[in-house]
Design a protein around this ligand. Structure first.
Ligand code: FE
Ligand code: FE
Ligand code: MG
Length: 170
């Protein structure tokens, strides 16, 4: 942090860096969850969903870039070892051991909801105190809300398809 930056900072920077490092760990785990999920996915709409999962993966990676850069600006050190991802993350990593589309989508959905809670927390913590981190957190939060919405839409489509199939059987 520069001289003037320190002067205007009215936030607990240590605590903020701690929260940002947790978010950084969560972004990497989310990235891999999407990336590996896109590769193993099976079931209806696989081609369409696979492409979107990869888009989300790239977006999570962009979030990691933003968060790591902000940690450095604040005078902190971004997590340097992948071993720390599991220690610092507040979100679970669910290995897609069953590659069926509904299971993969639900795993990613839990991750998005966890990310939403994280950035909501960071946005609230920095509101009116650290405008730059606040702006970053709300920008990422907007992406996470969109991710949740995309996944909910697919899950609803699959449920609808199941309902329609049930009607045919009668
Ligand atoms: Fe993200
Ligand atoms: Fe996301
Ligand atoms: Mg999307």
């Amino acid at each position: 942090m520069g001289k003037e930056a320190k002067k205007i900072a009215s936030v607990d920077v240590e605590k903020l860096i701690e929260m940002l490092n947790a978010a950084l760990a969560e972004e990497w785990l989310a990235y891999y969850q999407y990336w590996i999920g896109a590769r193993v996915i099976e079931g209806p709409m696989r081609t369409e969903v696979e492409a979107e999962l990869l888009v989300h993966a790239t977006e999570e990676l962009n979030h990691a870039v933003m968060v790591a850069d902000r940690i450095i600006q604040l005078g902190g050190t971004p997590l340097l070892h992948p071993q720390e991802w599991f220690k610092k993350s507040g979100c679970a990593y669910d290995a897609p051991t069953d590659p069926y589309i509904e299971i993969i989508l639900n795993q990613n959905l839990q991750g998005e909801r966890c990310a939403i809670r994280r950035y909501n927390e960071i946005a609230a913590f920095t509101s009116g105190k650290d405008h730059i981190t606040h702006q970053m957190a709300t920008q990422i939060l907007a992406d996470e809300l969109e991710h949740e919405h995309d996944i909910e839409d697919w899950i609803n489509d699959i449920d609808r398809m199941k309902e329609e199939l049930k009607k045919l059987r009668v």
